[in-house]
Write a protein that binds this ligand. Sequence first.
Ligand code: CP
Ligand code: NVA
Length: 309
Amino acid sequence: MKHFINIKDIPSKDLKKIILDAKIRKTKRKNFNTLDSDKDSPLKGKLLIQMFEKSSLRTRLSFYIAIKQLNGGALTLRSDELHLSKGGESLSDMAKIISTFGNAFMLRTDSEKKLEVLKKHMTIPLINGLSPKSHPTQVLSDVFTIEEIKKKPISKLQICWIGDSNNVLNSLIEASVKFSFNLNVGCPKKYEPNKNLLSWVKKNKGNIKIFYDSKKAAKGSDVIFTDKVISMNDEVNKVKKLKDFKNFKVTPEVMNCAKKDAIFLHCLPRGSEVSNSVFLGKQSKVFEQALNRIYVQKSILLYCFKKLR
Ligand code: CP
Ligand code: NVA
């Protein structure tokens, strides 16, 4: 079995295999109902346990539907109903119980440390469904969406992120190395991506450019990404941070600096970092992006169960 915790720890060839499997499985499901299982029923009888310490709509729905389509089942735990959340049980004991009752565990957490401890004690796959520093399942799915819409490998495209250096950007940066694509980041001074991550990129010959001007970052790009300025785990002065980002909103003027056929992506939920006309406009692919999470979660699950072809 394999864990899926951070993109940077997964070999490129495995990430590419996940994307390819998702493409094949998606094509084969034309005319299937949402809960019909894939013909090969690869995870028949398997139970995915998922738990959310933070809010979620898309990740929750997509993992539930994904395991169903593989002919397994899902159980969603509310962290506030567990002994763990009130200090009444250790993480290591919980890891052992989850490992004996279930076949895979997906966790959205408020702490990287919890993922580390769980990983040490779990004997079933552990999937990171968002942590303060990483959102790997989202970004892998976004690579899938980009290649599907652009009909090209992402390595041939210019990708641009405008906004906060948050968990989604961290995973996108990791993906830029694994999939060899050029990434422009537009952010205010003092909000640059994490230095250690940038050194890792340098060591691994990645290509990231940082701009303190959103239009310059967007210039010539095929894809413009953004995300909320204030993330779920942000403990900052929100008023100040929003003010610091006032010139980093994705507006039609910013989109006009990108290529004519550029697309706009956003993991959702959104805040004030994108104008309504861009979000609901022709270039926006945010709803296709959200739905594709199902297909990529399926292939991530199969990777974890070592069932990828
Ligand atoms: N994009 C994403 O992970 O959405 P949720 O927070 O709703 O799961
Ligand atoms: N950066 C956001 C992503 C939400 C899916 C957050 O962590 O809140």
